[in-house]
Design a protein around this ligand. Sequence first.
Ligand SMILES: N[C@@H](CCC(=O)N[C@@H](CS)C(=O)NCC(=O)O)C(=O)O
Length: 208
Amino acid sequence: MITLLGKAISRSARCLWALEEVGVQYEHKPLDYATGDAKTPEFTAINPGAKIPALIDGDVAMFESLAINLYLAQTYGKGALWPDDAAGQAQCLQWTLFSVTEAEPPGSTRLVQFIFKSKEERSQEVIDAAAERSKAPLNTLETTLQSQSYLAGDSFTVADLNVACSVEYFVRTNFDLSPWPKVKDWIARCMDRPAFQAMTAIKAKEAA
Ligand SMILES: N[C@@H](CCC(=O)N[C@@H](CS)C(=O)NCC(=O)O)C(=O)O
């Protein structure tokens, strides 16, 4: 049985989305780093950095949300989330690193400013700098999506899932995506997927 460790309201949501996409049976243990759940010897044996999420699948024990998603795609999503051909697989690796290094930093800055900070604590300077930094990755995505429906070609793969995890932060913080209409349409399609909706329902249940 696959076990995902980490509460849904965290980067674990990305892995819940991937698990729902591949359709395998899994157990979800909503460990909360804030209460010390991630500092136990059992958890730090997997991630010495004590951050969620982590995944256990038989002999495999790993951390890093987007690496977990690549693992799930390669292991359980062949021909769907994980393309059959080397060219498509290369695109999945490329876009995953793009997500972490280019798209997530300005997106998570917005998340911190708009979701985790109060109005009084917000910094307009930080928000403006993040908006400026968002333009290059959004331009890259827009150009790519002008000639294809999805990032690795014409069907949804882990490339889309792993980038959408970062771009979704812009949606959640009401960033105006209208200068990037292809991105706006693509992220709406990604967030409309039944697996994304299933993950959203898990988050809502956890928050209730
Ligand atoms: N790059 C890691 C980041 C993991 C991460 O920062 N997780 C947060 C929750 S979203 C956490 O556990 N934070 C606890 C801490 O910083 O002490 C990933 O994508 O999995």
